[in-house]
Design a protein around this ligand. Structure first.
Ligand code: HEM
Length: 409
């Protein structure tokens, strides 16, 4: 009997909400086509959480995906499984690689960064204040991108002159409409620019995380350190995670506030906090819609009797899970900052839970607070329905976010 054709995940992400609904209707886990690769999309929150916690599910394709070698030659998102960092590590290797970075992103270290983040936001807002009333600005370009780039640039010690290079390359890492050749050329450029950064910092170390990671690599020749590839790929993970995701949360939060004035009013009148806006944005519009890929280590029998066979790829469908009505009620599709149950999977779950969550939350809340304080009459400068989504199945933002900061007098 021939297999039913799997559901195709749209690489251009044209209508994510329809896609989430379709996936949930197909069941807790359903076969999908991700750019020609067959995987199980898991959209049921309980099942997804249990798979993310299971030692029988791995992110290490080298060890647990029989088609790994072929896939990294031909699949446009190959980089997502090819890199060798905590993102793709399993078991003891994962713990080793995560341990090297975790202290630098602890709640205490992030709290210490607060004054720096506050003044970076103020600088960007001061710059926005020079825009004449009535003029249209793209808030992604003027705030959503520059802030996380400055913060991760500061944390990692990325020189100013390298930041634009990284920006373009990182955008491409998330773009799922590139051909395999374009994606490979982009990956080669990413390796090159990251190697340059490591060389700069090796020659001239500073008080930054790159220098710390290099020291860990150079000092620990024995079992507990980094290989050269792991060092490079950890840098790549940090810069990618730090650049792209936070941008989209700022974008989606501002969009939600400008299109739901009653929600903005709840914050303005003290009935909700900016932190509530951040959490509801992460739930309703998670910056990572789908995360490629995980692999079954053994055959996995699901509660509905389906079997995910050993070696099968698994796609975490975070966007669909976050809007599940069994989890968030019949109004799961409504943006509601007063929601009692604030849980979501925007930062993942289990051993790979996002290390940057405290930093991202702080950045977005601070950006929103200062932006809406300074420009209380800000409005969207285009009909909401005309804003185009980024061409990606992974991340979740608009191509532009045109706003009028102040009306014409
Ligand atoms: C709002 C912004 C962010 C979102 C929505 C986000 C989301 C995520 C998600 C979903 C994962 C889990 C991936 C998986 O399923 O395995 C993850 C992992 C990770 N994130 Fe974030 N992230 C954000 C910001 C950041 C920032 C600012 C940093 C660093 C400064 C960061 C560093 C990491 C790292 C290192 C991992 C890998 C953890 C591991 O594999 O053990 N993230 N992030």
């Amino acid at each position: 009997m021939s297999q039913p054709l799997p559901f195709v995940i749209d690489p251009a992400g044209a209508d994510r909400h329809a896609e989430y609904r379709a996936l949930r209707a197909l069941g807790p886990a359903t076969p999908v086509d991700v750019l020609g690769l067959r995987a199980w999309a898991v959209s049921d929150p309980a099942l997804l959480k249990s798979l993310l916690m299971s030692p029988d599910v791995s992110k290490n394709g080298r060890a647990h995906y029989p088609a790994f070698a072929r896939t990294i030659r031909t699949w446009p998102l190959a980089l997502w499984i090819e890199v060798q960092s905590m993102l793709t590590a399993y078991g003891a290797d994962h713990r080793r690689l995560r341990r090297m970075v975790a202290p630098a992103l602890s709640a205490r270290r992030v709290a210490e960064l607060k004054p720096t983040i506050r003044s970076l936001v103020t600088e960007l807002i001061d710059d926005l204040a020079t825009v004449p009333p009535g003029h249209v600005v793209d808030l992604r370009e003027r705030l959503a991108y520059p802030l996380p780039i400055a913060v991760i640039g500061h944390l990692m010690g990325v020189p100013e002159e390298q930041r634009d290079d990284f920006r373009q390359i990182v955008d491409n890492v998330f773009d799922s409409t590139l051909t395999p050749e374009q994606a490979q050329a982009n990956a080669a450029r990413l390796f090159e620019v990251t190697d340059q950064l490591i060389a700069i910092k090796r020659g001239d170390p500073g008080d930054d995380m790159t220098s710390l990671l290099i020291a860990a690599r150079d000092e620990e020749s024995g079992g507990d350190g980094f290989t050269d590839v792991e060092l490079r790929d950890t840098m790549i993970l940090m810069i990618n995670a730090g650049y792209e995701t936070t941008v989209n949360v700022i974008d989606q939060a501002v969009f939600a506030m400008l299109t739901s004035p009653e929600q903005l009013d709840l914050v303005r009148t003290g009935r909700a906090a900016w932190e509530d806006v951040v959490e509801e944005t992460l739930r309703a519009e998670p910056a990572i819609k789908y995360l490629p890929l995980r692999f079954a280590v053994t055959d996995l029998e699901l509660p509905d009797g389906q079997i995910i066979a050993a070696g099968d790829p698994i796609l975490a469908a975070y966007g669909a899970a976050n809007r599940d009505p069994d989890w968030h009620g019949p109004d799961a599709d409504t943006f509601d900052v007063t929601r009692k149950v604030k849980d979501h999977l925007a930062f993942g779950h289990g051993v790979h839970f996002c290390l940057g969550a405290p930093l991202a939350r702080l950045e977005v809340a601070e950006a929103l607070r200062q932006l809406f304080e300074r420009f209380p009459a800000m409005s969207l400068a285009a009909p909401a329905a005309t804003l185009r989504p980024m061409p990606t199945l992974i991340s979740n933002g608009h191509q532009e976010l045109p706003v009028r900061l102040r009306p014409l007098a």
